[in-house]
Design a protein around this ligand. Structure first.
Ligand code: C5P
Length: 293
């Protein structure tokens, strides 16, 4: 390889986490909710790049950079680095991290969680220190309920408070369009608006979802129990869902996580045209599309 192409930068897509179904099945004494969720990680995300440096640095660029404070104590990427050093019993690594923030902040698609999980994976590669699976999971869980699932950006079923993870059936070739009405929602506010905590569990899943029709048949029989409470906090979610439901190329639509981002599933050949048409109709919304897995 020519010298000028050699680089010490390691970069990865920090994929969005989409809750295709999210059932809230109970609440623990500490207030955390018990849930069951089928999650997918589409090829849409932030970008995290790590390179050796004199000291720990974080640069944030990209369309949503202004919404994050790179020096903030509660920045999940920096907390991930410091937590890693503590768990690995080593000095805080001298790395420059560049976060390209392309996913809207506090939007129900796990952007911050995925950034933290991706940082942990890249840190292991850069330092050559690999934590045990148990330590890595424990560290991820200490950063946020959705961080462990983001360590393995593949279809999974989450249970417990989101920390009990299992591989999900294979997903079919499918396109996804993500739409956020540029509204950020605080997860605790949405949980507070949830009346009924003891909802039915997810139905048993097949070994594989053979095609889009099989996936949609399953999803139609499932829910996002946070959708109604989120809509009561943020009216724009209803507008987005109405719009998605009115497009005949979109075969299924729902809100992800605690919102406000909603998703539409479609044939992979349709996703770019749907994205273009949505942008024309709603230049004020955040819209992205890509393969579902
Ligand atoms: O852990 P994380 O910071 O991602 O969670 C944000 C908030 O969402 C928690 O403080 C809690 O109020 C709520 N939550 C919950 N049950 C879960 C996950 C999150 O009540 N299983």
């Amino acid at each position: 390889m020519p010298d000028h192409l050699q680089t010490a930068v390691r970069a990865e897509l920090a994929r969005a986490k989409v809750n295709l179904a999210l059932h809230i099945t109970g609440q623990r004494n500490d207030g955390y909710h018990l849930l069951e969720s089928l999650v997918a990680f589409p090829q849409i995300g932030d970008r995290i790049a790590l390179e050796p440096s004199e000291k720990l640095e974080l640069d944030i660029d990209g369309p949503f950079a202004r919404e994050l404070d790179p020096a903030g104590d509660n920045n999940l990427v920096l907390r991930a680095v410091r937590g890693f050093a503590e768990k690995a019993k080593t000095d805080v690594p001298s790395v420059k991290i560049t976060l390209t923030k392309r996913l809207p902040v506090a939007s129900g698609i796990g952007g911050g969680s995925s950034d933290a999980a991706t940082t942990l994976r890249l840190l292991e590669d850069v330092t050559g220190i690999y934590l045990s699976g148990e330590d890595l999971h424990e560290l991820a869980a200490s950063l946020g309920a959705d961080v462990p699932v983001c360590l393995t950006p593949e279809p999974q079923v989450m249970r417990g408070i989101g920390d009990d993870l299992a591989a999900a059936p294979l997903l079919p070739d499918c396109g996804i369009v993500l739409v956020n009405p540029k509204a950020s929602l605080e997860t605790p506010d949405v949980f507070r608006a949830l009346d009924k905590k003891n909802n039915p569990q997810l139905a048993k899943m097949p070994d594989a979802f053979d095609d889009i029709a099989a996936l949609i048949a399953y999803l139609t029989n499932s829910r996002n129990d946070l959708q109604t409470p989120a809509m009561s906090v943020c009216g724009a979610i209803g507008e987005v869902l109405n719009f998605l439901q009115g497009d005949s190329r979109i075969l299924f639509s729902r809100m992800s996580g605690s919102g406000a981002t909603c998703f539409g599933l479609c044939a992979p050949t349709e996703m770019r045209a749907i994205e273009t048409d949505l942008r024309t109709a709603h230049p004020d919304w955040w819209i992205a599309s890509g393969p579902l897995s």
